[in-house]
Design a protein around this ligand. Sequence first.
Ligand SMILES: Nc1ncnc2c1ncn2[C@@H]1O[C@H](COP(=O)(O)OP(=O)(O)OP(=O)(O)O)[C@@H](O)[C@H]1O
Ligand SMILES: [Mg+2]
Length: 355
Amino acid sequence: MADQHFGGIKIRHLYKIFGPNPAAHVDAVQKGLTKAELNEKHGHVLGLRDINIEISSGCIQVIMGLSGSGKSTLIRHINRLIDPTAGEVLIDGADVVKMNEAELRTFRRHQTAMVFQKFALLPHRNVLDNTVFGLEVQGIDRAKARDVAMRWLERVGLRGFEQKYPNQLSGGMQQRVGLARALSNDAPVLLMDEAFSALDPLIRMDMQTVLLDIQKEIKKTIVFITHDLDEALRLGDQIAILRDGEIIQQGTSQDIVLHPADEYVANFVKEVNRGRVVHVEAVMRPFQAGMASSGTRIAAGSTVEEAMRLLTSTPEGDVVVTSAEGEALGLVNLRELAGAMVNSHTSAPPAVAAQ
Ligand SMILES: Nc1ncnc2c1ncn2[C@@H]1O[C@H](COP(=O)(O)OP(=O)(O)OP(=O)(O)O)[C@@H](O)[C@H]1O
Ligand SMILES: [Mg+2]
């Protein structure tokens, strides 16, 4: 299993311009030429502009944005399926952009694994043979590769399906194979581009649960792209929102829901059930000497919805928000909790980071 300290990603001043002569236009783009101007005046497409993002090892980083905003372009820079026009992509300090072909091949095989939207299984190989594929490419002993693959197939709920072929499986099952194949590689970085977007809503939720459960054990660095805000909020330790090739906001789910950076983000989050995202600390009255600290208690980090549930039998009371050590941090009542469900701008202090 990969060491927890591996897999940190830093992207610095990354630019991507598509067209016959991208290098000729970087300067102008750096000076503020817009995507529309670049297209109209010079016939080039601005894919990414000045992307700066730091992804801690072991975290799930979600990238969100409308179609064409640059999500796939960004994730493909991480394993250099796309060469940048300018900038750095550092994985554990090594710049992927500077790697030669041999280094890049080794890096791709050992440091990254990818799960695609269209499962990309080999139709003439059965489930087991699809899952061992990456290990075979690495030259790992067949018996050992099989053991590893069987373990992950079992972990994603496919025990007993090893001999089936992709066309005998549902979409959800095929994506489980895709996930097992990626996990068998045991690479510290897992890249998932709309991996669950082709699945029915219920199957999609199942897959999110599988991923979150497994992530508790494996603690990979996962870059997960999605169009879907509910999926982003459920999976992301951190979320970055892209528009026209630029990151317009980065933060936890709560940061984004409570303090959308602009109209574009506000439009994304307006239908969200805030009670499931906002933490009790964001709405509590901070604890001061003399306040009563008895009553129902709830751990910091719990959601507003969870706190409201505790008050259903005693709607007049306060809930005491406590730290991991059991110390009282603040009090919150039903009115304050209800306010957090509907306000687009809470009067609470800036959101407390999730970790
Ligand atoms: N090879 C290419 N040549 C020219 N333009 C490209 C190329 N690849 C992507 N683009 C352009 O770059 C921009 C970002 O595309 P990208 O595929 O990264 O978007 P996306 O956010 O992944 O969209 P979707 O949600 O539809 O998958 C778009 O304007 C797209 O047309
Ligand atoms: Mg895409």
